[in-house]
Design a protein around this ligand. Structure first.
Ligand SMILES: Cc1ncc(COP(=O)(O)O)c(C=O)c1O
Length: 383
């Protein structure tokens, strides 16, 4: 039986066009971009094309793109660069719902180097209060790091407004756009963002590949030092096939968005409406906020998400639970806690994240099995 994949915020399937673009660099064009012969030249040319394609998705110039091993490294590089630039500035503003690839380095800076890290709260629907951001900024604020879209709730934050506030106050602004890129247009000609992090595997590209956009005026300290690759901004022989694939993934994402070809958010809305119509005791998290077109985060009253994920998996449907399992206890995520999802619902949360490769038929299959799975989970909770 065909498996249905609804966990695209975790990772996405490789687009066949991307696989095709990568293939030569995993086969006959295996050269090192730093080599002086034609093998090297072919590889170097692939890096240039990839950089152009990634820049195309962001509407920025290609030299502003630094290739990395993924979103995590991009976020770390941005944070390090901003804090190393002005060591006297020891204050950082971020939010409680950031990805661990932002929260962990901030925690490290706080614990090891005495930085003061202020994490802004979110409201019940994952929204941010921009007045609170404004009030949090200080003369010694080295960086504001706020994500473009949340990986769990799908809630999208107003990067233009946030960037304006930061610019007015002369503070560097980094945004983790790993979930946003490719799902919503981004124009860095107009967006006042200093650092923007991307990851290839969230937009049908390969894993282990990402990029950091660095504005011309923003400081950059290499996180990985060695030889002079990436214009001496990130050492190590380049991931040529990964770059070719990432570039192609960005090109396709831009094409699909520009042509309005995407079946999202129609499918997500259809799914949401069916769930609300067929099942009672449901909360759609983030419903009042702008959301990623592919993401539905729902909490089912008096349910256990771990068991529901298992039941769905047995029926060949992959979704995510939001929850990490610690010694048998379901532990709701920091994002759901920050959004104050009621205790009656928080343990029964599912993240259902679609992609352009999903179909209405697949959504229908999920809608047909879900009421029974919810009912079974509720029975299990009352036994
Ligand atoms: C919002 C967000 N930031 C960063 C990352 C990390 O990206 P990568 O897996 O490419 O290191 C992810 C991936 O889960 C993410 O969802």
């Amino acid at each position: 039986m065909k498996r249905i994949y609804f966990d695209n915020n975790a990772t996405t399937p490789l687009d066949p066009e991307v696989r095709q673009a990568m293939a030569p660099y995993l086969n006959e064009r295996f050269g090192n971009p730093s080599s002086g012969h034609r093998f090297g030249e072919e590889a170097l040319a692939a890096l240039a094309v990839g950089r152009q394609q990634v820049a195309g998705l962001l509407n920025c110039s290609p030299e502003r793109i630094l290739f990395t091993s993924g979103g995590t490294e991009s976020n770390n590089t941005a944070i390090w660069s901003a804090v190393f630039a002005v060591p006297a500035k020891k204050h950082i503003v971020s939010s409680v719902v950031e990805h661990p690839s932002v929260l962990k380095p901030l925690e490290f800076l706080q614990q090891r180097f005495g930085y003061s890290v202020e994490l802004l709260p979110v409201d019940r629907d994952g929204g941010l209060d921009l007045a609170q951001l404004d009030a949090a900024l200080r003369p010694d604020t080295a960086l504001v790091s706020l994500m473009g879209a949340n990986n769990e709730s799908g809630v999208v934050w107003p990067l233009a407004e946030i960037g304006e506030i930061c610019r007015e106050r002369g503070v560097l602004f980094h945004s983790d756009a790993v979930q946003l890129a490719g799902k919503s247009p981004l124009d860095l000609e107009v967006l006042p963002v200093d650092y923007l992090a991307l990851g290839a595997h969230k937009l049908h590209g390969p894993k282990g590949m990402g990029a950091l956009y660095v504005r011309r005026t923003a400081p950059l300290t290499p996180l990985i030092m060695g030889a002079g690759q990436e214009m001496a901004r990130r050492a190590g022989t380049e991931n040529v096939a990964g770059t070719a694939g990432f570039g192609k993934a960005c090109e396709v994402a831009a094409r699909v968005m520009n042509a309005g070809e995407t079946n999202l958010p129609g499918l997500r809305d259809m799914l949401q409406e069916r769930i609300l119509a067929d099942i009672d005791g449901v909360i759609v998290n983030g419903a009042s906020q702008p959301r990623l077109p592919n993401t539905l985060n729902v909490s089912f009253e008096n349910c256990a998400s771990g068991a529901m994920v298992q039941e769905l998996d047995e029926r060949n449907i992959a979704v995510s639970a939001h929850s990490a399992c610690h010694s048998g206890d379901l532990d709701p995520s920091h994002v759901l806690r920050a959004m104050a999802v009621p205790e009656t619902h928080i343990h029964g949360t599912l993240r259902i994240s679609l992609s352009r490769f999903n179909t209405a038929e697949e959504v229908d299959v999920l809608c047909r099995v879900l009421p029974g799975i919810v009912a079974k989970s509720r029975q299990g909770m009352t036994l």
